[in-house]
Design a protein around this ligand. Sequence first.
Ligand code: NAI
Length: 555
Amino acid sequence: MSSERSGRDQATAQAAFTRGVKLLHDPVRNKGTAFTEAERDALGLRGLLPPRVQSQDLQVMRVMGNVRNKSSDLERYIALISLQDRNETLFYRVLVDHLDELMPIIYTPTVGKACQEFAHIFRRPRGLYICADDKGRMADVLRNWPHPDPRIIVVTDGERILGLGDLGADGMGIPIGKLSLYTACAGIHPTWCLPITLDVGTENETLLADPLYIGVQRRRLRGAPYDELIEEFVTAVQSVFRHTIVQFEDFANINAFRLLAKYRDRICTFDDDIQGTGAVALAGLLSALRISGGRIGERNVLFFGAGEAGIGIADMMVAEMVDQGLSETVARGRCWFMDSKGLVVESRTDLAPHKRPYAHAHGFTRDLLAAVQALRPVAIIGVSGVPASFTRPVIDAMAACNERPIIFALSNPTSKAECTAEQAYTWTEGRAVFASGSPFAPVEYRGRSHVPGQGNNAYIFPGVGLGVIACESQRVTDEMFSAAARALAQEVSAADLETGRIFPAFARIRDVSVRIATAVAEVAYRRGLARVPRPDDLPAYVRALMFEPRYENLT
Ligand code: NAI
């Protein structure tokens, strides 16, 4: 890749052909009031802008003033997306400089609300929409994408958007938001990022009846026609683009597991809901165990929810336990699941294939409290999308069998969390080690500040993507996610653990992403998957690839 032009070089070269109003309307190259006097003369901008040239820092100040003045987070989301549509460099500067404050706006929880309102707040299209009627011409649709060499596609069919269910084509907010995080957190150039919605219909009655809905008002395609569509999509991506990661995002679990199994050895792909969640939760658990004491695999872990997230986390934990010397059977035996019907046990005949490896010999119960009392887990991990399911008696039972109970309420958005940070800390008298999916503010309890961890996949996937892109890996493997999880856990300091923090401060994410990307690329080199020679200084090479959202001179 070093011999090729980076996304930034492409953008600059393109600017040579774009002038005047067209340049002001080009979000990749626009600088707004920051165009210099020389650029205004050279690029036909004189008079098209207010006369005073302003620095990017001043522009950032104006944007943040406006964003903070908005009356709701959804309004803030709209303001930021509008900025992204006008001036991407400024959008990313704002985001990188205020990640802690703006992450909850451009991603969960606000992005969930934005998807629910997507058709009603729709302003400008972004990304590609491919629908069932495009069968037979998908490669042509992909060729309409204006940037020649995307390196990462995030694609959804909108069936399981966060914990909000089927939002059809309105789920497009997720690929857009996720790719913004690739750029903000790991510096992947905006023109390398391609969000795609496969609109295969929806079962959401409200959307089917809504005249403003932006998708095809049809019921979901299922079975063989669905699979054929995905197959054509995957094949078209391979033929139209060079080396592109395809990240499947927010597919319902009936399809997510199947598609991952089908394509993981054929193309460069992963499923963040399964593998990314697995890695971030494993990193969180490794850090939490540094607080609570003990090693992974010594005691049971109980998952509440046996879908993509839960199984993804358990698979990653099993890999880690095996790495530490346990047999796979013993390792699986440490992971217990409850789904909507109750405890996942051997005697059940209604289990989907992905749950069977975790169905153990044990009496059946429908009741989470009874399961906690029987299994005495070191950790409970909520990935059910069922709010308030970690009730006081459940948390009390965890506190009764653990000095430092590990409680992860990972369901998104905030409204779906199994319990709140405050509940976890106050009900355990400050002893809980807590992490959530969506952010919670620190909690003061008896004079001590407890900082909840956010088990946010954004700690992992941007770095994984950067690592895969850097070495042009042919595949994305589970081993890479394990390496990413360990790299993330290593970034947590003793001082972090002191306040209960089990992930590094998010403000450090770009450095963390470099560490993760390096660890991921090392795996690719070790396994012979890389397509470019290993540079002498891999971390420096990775860092040099990162897009820094500063204006370049266009004259
Ligand atoms: P999924 O639909 O694949 O799985 C949901 C699981 O919850 C199913 O096994 C279902 O049987 C179970 N469930 C439903 N009702 C239940 C009940 N009353 N009692 C026990 N189990 C019940 O969904 P997925 O992808 O696993 O996501 C689940 C949640 O985790 C969502 O809210 C999602 O936003 C969140 N999540 C959080 C992440 C993070 O924090 N990093 C990453 C990925 C997902």
